[in-house]
Design a protein around this ligand. Structure first.
Ligand code: BJW
Ligand code: ZN
Length: 248
């Protein structure tokens, strides 16, 4: 039923879904492994609009610390980010990366066709007028919007539980049309991303591969599962794809 990787069309279209696991080896912790708690809070207590309404200073501190860490200079793209950027440069078809991550490591590695479905840490959004601003400093609770100059808070431009992820129409169109779907370092516990493999199976045309340290919650849907660190598995997969042995 599934096409083996060697039967991919030479100029086929590839969709890559990435999760926190792709950035772990760059020094950014994942959400659900060890260290999944932040200052004793569960993620669901700091990543919801209700939490932001109740305790804006705490939620801002969570993101301010992560923004500082991202910009510290210590955190850099790893071999997995770099290999995906190389795939986009050299693959004769299309490579779309759909990341759930709010870091900018794919961009820094050189990826260009990229959707941040859960938003971006280096942007802030006005809760009044909705304007989105590039943002590299702490947000705290005292900054005001340069567009409307209103009294409403600026919030991180990220997607919290209960909010609609970004660019879903484009993502579903790409899933429907792709020849290969690869999921890297994501636990398969958060929807709608966890449901993308179902979408692939429903369309019945793409080969699918999961790369993870351990099988995700939705691993059984994938045609192939490869177990190991992203920094090793991703460069190996990219090499195989670019070698193109026996592709039609
Ligand atoms: C390695 C590795 C290495 C480690 N190499 N691998 C009941 C049932 C179904 C759904 C729902 C439900 N109740 C509520 C919902 C919906 C809800 C949801 O899914 N909740 C679940 C908890 C059940 N979803 C939503 O609310 C979403 N919106 C929504 O559904 O809107 C309606 C809609 C309907 C239909 C279509 C479209 C929309 C919004 C979800 C927003 C998630 N936001 C967060 C925070 C973002 C900002 C931030 O970063 O702070 O996004 S939560 C958090 O989880 C973050 C992540 O992007 C997301 C996914 O986590 P990820 O990336 O999978 O990380 P981990 O830590 O879980 O896993 C890491 C993996 O890496 C592990 O597997 C490791 O093994 C692996 N790994 N090291 C390779 N070196
Ligand atoms: Zn505004």
């Amino acid at each position: 039923m599934h096409q083996p990787i060697r039967a991919l069309p030479t100029a086929g279209s590839i969709v890559v879904l990435t999760g926190a696991g792709v950035s772990v080896e760059s020094g950014l912790p994942s959400f659900r492994g060890a260290g999944g708690l932040w200052e004793g809070w569960r993620l669901e207590e700091v990543a919801t609009p209700e939490a932001f309404a109740r305790q804006p200073a705490t939620v801002q501190r969570f993101y301010d610390q992560r923004r500082r860490q991202l910009l510290s200079g210590v955190v850099q793209p790893n071999a997995a980010h770099l290999a995906l950027a190389e795939l986009e440069r050299r693959w004769p078809g299309t490579v779309l990366i759909v990341t759930q991550n709010i870091d900018d490591l794919h961009e820094r590695a050189g990826s260009r066709d990229l959707i941040h479905m859960h938003g971006e840490l280096l942007k802030a959004r006005c809760t009044g007028c909705g304007a989105v601003h590039a943002w590299r400093d702490d947000l705290g609770t005292r900054h005001r919007c340069a567009s409307c100059r209103g009294a409403d808070l600026l919030r991180p431009h990220v997607v919290w539980f209960g909010e609609m992820p970004l660019e879903m129409d484009r993502i579903f169109a790409a899933l429907a049309a792709c020849d290969l779907f690869v999921a890297i370092g994501t636990s398969g516990q958060v929807y709608p991303a966890a449901g993308f493999i179902e979408e692939i199976l429903r369309h019945g045309r793409a080969h699918s591969i999961e790369l993870n340290l351990e099988p995700s919650a939705v691993a059984r849907g994938f045609a192939e599962r490869r177990i190991g660190p992203a920094s090793e598995l991703v460069p190996r997969l990219v090499e195989e794809l670019l070698a193109g042995d026996g592709r039609c």
